[in-house]
Design a protein around this ligand. Structure first.
Ligand code: COA
Length: 286
């Protein structure tokens, strides 16, 4: 793509130089854009991502978000110079502000984001990038992507919320192995570990991710939002509390659903016999 065409694609979109956004087919492609620094997460990425997530939440053109990286990396994690060394030596209030903004986009916003999110892991994925990866609802990796919890290699623990994120998706054996050895692993291993949903050859990565995004778009967006919110909340609840919460959440979702999906779905299955819920989504315009 020429520089002009590239500029046109991102014109009028949120983001800036560190994060590029383009929307096609109702998919917002959100690209961490510091390829020379392997998309290491610096304050520029942090503050632009906060703004991008805010803007896309209200943008009807974007129905699913895909987060990926420019060049050969998804992201090499937090920027050792601009996120750690410089803020550590500077004003503690500014450092606190940076850390708060980072937590905001990497997990507080992402985990509960009102639209479906997919991490498309195209290359290197280290340290803090795991937060982003796990903060997204779903993840697809290139077979040759390289993952690593490299913190141990340079003398820190996986902080931010990385250790908690990893504990949520990996088994104890796998989590402690990678936290303690810092060994790298590829996309296929990430899929086997359940860290990503599946891994594909690099040449198919974008189209397979697009197909997944389109599948999500066939579903009722209001119910998708309620379903993912409920999932995150019930993990920390007792069984009894979860049962009560889910009953209320389910009623709330039905009550608030402008397309009254449950009634449509039931009528299409029971009366019109025009679809089978076990095999796909009801016709949202039917
Ligand atoms: N923080 C700051 N700068 C980083 C970075 C990071 N996490 N990751 C890469 N960079 C910078 C390098 O310093 C280098 O900058 P320079 O060109 O000004 O010297 C540039 O990005 C390219 O990195 P380089 O190491 O030459 O690329 P590579 O392709 O040979 O290796 C990695 C890629 C990702 C394996 C390697 O850069 C690396 O190990 N990065 C650190 C990963 C890490 O530990 N992340 C955890 C942070 S919580």
């Amino acid at each position: 793509m020429t520089a002009d065409a590239d500029a046109k694609k991102h014109a009028g979109m949120p983001g800036g130089t560190n994060v590029l956004v383009s929307i096609d087919d109702h998919i917002a492609w959100v690209t961490l854009n510091r390829p020379d620094k392997r998309n290491a997460i610096n304050p520029g990425i942090v503050f632009e991502m906060v703004q991008v997530l805010d803007a896309l939440e209200m943008d009807d053109r974007a129905k699913v978000l895909v987060i990926t990286g420019a060049g050969e990396a998804f992201s090499a994690g937090q920027d050792l110079k601009e996120y750690f060394r410089e803020p550590d030596a500077g004003d503690p209030m500014l450092r606190e502000r940076l850390y708060r903004a980072n937590a905001a986009w990497q997990w507080r916003r992402l985990m509960y984001y009102p639209k479906p999110t997919i991490a498309m892991v195209n290359g290197w994925c280290f340290g803090g990038a795991f937060q982003v990866l796990i903060g997204c609802d779903l993840a697809v990796a290139s077979n040759d992507a390289k993952f690593g919890l490299s913190e141990i290699n340079w003398g820190i623990i996986p902080a931010g919320i990385v250790t908690k994120s990893v504990a949520m998706v990996l088994s104890q054996r796998a989590a402690l192995y990678y936290i303690m050895t810092g060994d790298t692993f590829d996309g296929q291993t990430a899929a086997n570990l359940g860290l990503v949903n599946f891994s594909v050859p690099a040449s198919e990565l974008k189209e397979r991710t697009r197909a997944l995004a389109k599948k999500l778009m066939e579903k009722n967006p209001h119910v998708l939002r309620a379903a993912k919110t409920a999932y995150h909340h019930v993990r920390e609840m007792s069984w009894d509390t979860a049962a009560e919460y889910l009953a209320s959440k389910s009623d709330q979702a039905k009550f608030r659903d402008p397309e009254k999906g449950d009634q449509k779905g039931m009528a299409q299955f029971l009366d019109a016999k025009s679809f089978r819920p076990g095999l796909g989504a009801y016709k949202r315009n039917g």
